[in-house]
Design a protein around this ligand. Structure first.
Ligand code: MG
Length: 336
């Protein structure tokens, strides 16, 4: 069987939306199929002599390399450690592989590397191995960075999501993607907003200490909140209902979205976590999150519902309900 032989890869295949999921399912999962990979969690959980290790990898191709609130070095660390943290792991070690374009300036390389090192210190991880490749001028775009990470799982998420469980998010959505669009100077957008790029492991460890009813966590990066919620419900016998008025969105992001015709639910974040918690523990977990610097704006944005099954619905501010689908195309490429 040759599922991709007659297709060409488009930018939308890298968007994290429906085409990315199709590519993973039809091309990669079809070839690599095994019980660990098939879980499709943010990190693989592998058991080594009785210890559960989380293992993940992420390539960073963001444009521009420097933007308000971060740069590719910081992103390369936080992108990977957050994928470890959301499966309940304590991030420990990362690798760092640079693909550099011939002619790239040493000053930028230094600045990116300093930032990456500082982010690793902040996140409490060591860069313990790496790789350097250089491609000819015009065959790359400055620099791409891949990081892989491992951590120890101190907690296994039960994933027994039930009707009535609450959906939480630790703050406003869309800041990262709007900051990137604005920094690129594309689409005529000039908004004073910083990326939310941040390491989530400390916030998450407080949450996991506070409650044994954390069912599921995911960082809504590419494809935004809408994609993450759809990933949770797809193929399941429950749905999710979110309340538009409860979702924290900065005025600047709201304004940029109405200007560009974007839906903030689909915008990328780099310092947000969606948490599903058992109803009984909700207020306690919300209080715990709000007491943490990265969780001050935590909101309960919705809940797990019986129907429609496998669907994400949004109750609008004026009281209507609409289905929130998995995105098909891409808003903008190379935002992470
Ligand atoms: Mg993730």
């Amino acid at each position: 069987m040759n599922t991709y032989g007659n297709q060409r890869i488009s930018l939308a295949h890298g968007s994290g939306g429906k085409l990315t999921h199709d590519l993973i399912k039809d091309c990669f999962l079809a070839r690599f199929k095994n019980p660990i990979l098939s879980e499709l969690t943010d990190s693989a959980i592998v058991n080594l002599k009785g210890i559960n290790l989380a293992f993940t990898t992420d390539s960073h191709v963001i444009k521009p390399l420097f933007y308000p609130g971060g740069d590719i070095g910081k992103l390369a660390v936080y992108g990977t450690v957050n994928d470890l943290a959301v499966v309940g792991a304590k991030p420990l070690y990362i690798s760092c592989a640079y693909v550099i374009e011939e002619g790239f300036d040493g000053e930028s390389l230094d600045r990116i590397t300093r930032s990456l090192a500082e982010a690793a210190r902040t996140a409490g991880v060591l860069v313990v191995t790496g790789d350097t490749k250089v491609v000819e001028h015009g065959k790359g775009d400055g620099i791409f960075i891949n990081t892989s990470g491992i951590g120890v799982c101190n907690y296994t998420l039960p994933q027994n999501i039930e009707i009535g469980d609450k959906i939480l998010i630790n703050g406003s959505i869309g800041n990262h993607e709007i900051a990137i669009i604005s920094a690129r100077g594309e689409l005529g957008l000039d908004v004073k907003i910083e990326s939310d790029c941040a390491p989530l492991a400390d916030l998450i460890s407080h949450v996991l200490t506070a409650s044994r009813r954390i069912k599921f966590m995911r960082d809504p990066t590419r494809g935004g909140l809408a994609t993450t919620l759809n990933e949770i419900v797809t193929g399941k016998d429950f749905g999710i209902l979110i309340e538009e008025k409860a979702i924290p969105i900065r005025e600047e992001v709201r304004g940029a979205c109405s200007l560009l015709g974007f839906d903030p639910l689909y915008l990328a974040n780099e310092g947000k976590v969606v948490i599903i918690v058992g109803r009984e523990d909700t207020s306690f977990v919300v209080d715990t999150m709000r007491a943490h610097p990265l969780g001050r704006e935590t909101q309960i944005i919705g809940e797990v519902v019986e129907s429609p099954k496998g669907r994400v619905c949004l109750r609008t501010e004026i009281g209507g309900t609409r289905i929130v689908d998995m995105p098909v195309g891409t808003l903008l490429p190379r935002i992470c």
